[in-house]
Design a protein around this ligand. Sequence first.
Ligand code: ADP
Ligand code: XUL
Length: 521
Amino acid sequence: MSTWLAFDASTQSLSAILVDDSGQVTAEESVNFGLDLPDYNAPKGFVQNTAEGEVVSDPLMWLDALDLCLERMRSNGVDFSGVRGISGAGQQHGTVYLSDLWFTKIKALDPSQALSNQIKPCLARDVAPIWMDVSTGDECREISRSMGGDLRVCETSGSIPIERFSGPQIRKFSKDHKASYAKTARIHLVSSFLASILSGSDAPIDHGDAAGMNLMNLDSFEWDPGLVEATAPDLNSKLPSIEASSTSLGTVSLYFQKRYGFHSNAEVIAFTGDNPSSLIGMGAGEPGTLVISLGTSDTLFAAMTKPTTDPNGYGHVFGNPSGGFMSLVCFRNGSLARERVKEHLGVDWTAFDAEHLQATPLGNDGDGMIPFFGPEISPRIDLQKTILFGSPEFVQNPSAAKYIRACLEGQFINMKLQTQWMELTPKQILLTGGASTNDGIAQTVADVFGLPVERLSSTNSVALGGILRAAQALGGDAGTLKEILCAPVAGSRRTPDESASDAYQRLACSFSETLRSLQDE
Ligand code: ADP
Ligand code: XUL
């Protein structure tokens, strides 16, 4: 029986999962950067470099984590010789800067030495800026100006210039460290860097992750000449090629064959970004499903057939590893806002449960909330405090039950409004993340969107996306694997109360009017 191996190189850890053809997860391992590699002095996997908000990671830490992860799996008895395909994903946007030594070193890695020691001399920059970096505001404005405005960049690349995106990061490095930038012969993303290491070749960047750079043209899936020109000098020659996410990079390199016992016919499939990978790992690669992740922030993403972009510039469009596109919108006031409500009222999460919400009607009799407790990014607005609207009794002295309903309905009405530009006709919603286990929250999502909601049993959709992509690209039974790995939790389905749609239409109108008046202030 063949097995499939996938990696998830995230901000705080690097994990791997091994799955056999029957869909059984036969091994899992995770290396926590802070706990397992303390010498890097990065307890959460990154270091805040300057007061301006530079946030960086050490690319050698990722390589030590890769060696340690495979070493641990092997010493736990994992046999890598049956692995047919390897793929994976990296945190999006992070960039690794390499000198021309990289091109020869990558082809000749010595299995008797650690990866980090061998790649160290290839780094043209010691650190990799990651997605948490917020130091490139000037560069975003400069790119925007050269391109004729934020929305022009959004139409071309899928997002307005964003501080954490790779293009503005590259521009900052090219301005601040001219000599090191000149020495840079190749710039990789976290995903393509690790795929290069595994395949022993200079890997391409896939459609999913390339779109998070503010450099790729969404219509052509090629580097956009205008954006490349606006970003940094001589950038074209430093960028890898862009290829479809299903591209085989060839067999796993001799380093991994000799050191860990991989078979010489195990193939490496292009890596992608963590969000595109999660779309696949949730089983939502085809249009028709909205994925809503209720984590620290709330995120909504979905497969799209057309590269429609957000006319307001809040949302993003990335390549969908299955082909076509995916949208992603992030809401900063997610669980953090729900927690503020919970703390303000002195209740626990049971107050958000379905039974408690039944004390109030769907649509809350027209009483609502703009549920932003701090700066929001979708839409971009910074309110000092949350705003209530509706009846004077509610605005002056809201009951706890109405306050909770108003917060939840406000959050999901806002989510629905801010994602209309995607022009989707979804049939269902997949809910994931910490708050998704709450039945009252799940029911409110179903009612506001008017769609059935399912919850998945898997919690590692990013790595599962790598498994499904590798199997799909290499002729494995990806259909069966998807059915097993992306199965919903039994009994987790919530269906919408159809009678609510009029009440929600009215509430959405008052919500929009209130929001607009606040934006005009
Ligand atoms: P992240 O991956 O972004 O760190 P998680 O997906 O683990 O976050 O979600 C964590 C959040 O889930 C917590 O901050 C908490 O607010 C929320 N949460 C956990 N349990 C519940 C619950 N029963 N009801 C509502 N929210 C919950
Ligand atoms: C998406 C983003 C994060 C990173 C790290 O735009 O910045 O989700 O991919 O997870």
